[in-house]
Design a protein around this ligand. Structure first.
Ligand code: FES
Length: 113
C-alpha cells in the first residue's frame, strides 16, 4: 500500500531553505509539526492563535482554511504581517501543504518598525 507523504519547503529564521515531509493528519497543525520535527522556540500559546510566534508567510501554494477571528486579530498586531501571513497553528496538516513554500517570520520581525 502506498503511503501518502506531503513535501513542503520553508525558509527558516536564518534564511536557509529547508525541505520537510509529513503524512496526512500526522499532527494537529503545521505549528505542531514544525515544533516537533524542526524548530525549538515557537508555539508559546500552544496553538490558540494568540501569541503570533508561529507567524509564516506563504510564498507558493495556498491554505483554504479560513482566517478566524483570533488569528485575524493576532495577525493584525504583528508589524511584519501582510496578505500572505498566516499562523501555522491554524493550518491543518493536509494535502494543501504539499509543495507549499513559506517563510518563517522570526521575532526579529516583530515590534515597532
Ligand atoms: S502558537 Fe501561538 S499563535 Fe500559533
Amino acid at each position: 500500500m502506498k503511503i501518502e507523504t506531503y513535501t513542503f519547503t520553508y525558509i527558516d529564521e536564518f534564511g536557509d531553505t529547508n525541505t520537510a515531509n509529513c503524512r496526512p493528519n500526522e499532527y494537529h497543525s503545521l505549528m505542531e509539526l514544525l515544533f516537533d520535527k524542526y524548530l525549538q522556540e515557537w508555539g508559546d500559546c500552544k496553538g490558540r492563535a494568540w501569541c503570533g510566534t508561529c507567524h509564516i508567510q506563504i510564498m507558493e501554494g495556498h491554505s483554504n482554511t479560513k482566517i478566524l477571528e483570533d488569528e485575524g486579530h493576532t495577525l493584525s498586531k504583528l508589524s511584519g504581517s501582510n496578505a500572505c501571513s498566516r499562523l501555522a497553528c491554524q493550518i491543518p496538516v493536509n494535502a494543501e501543504l504539499h509543495q507549499m513554500a513559506f517563510r518563517i517570520i522570526s521575532d526579529n520581525d516583530y515590534g515597532s518598525k
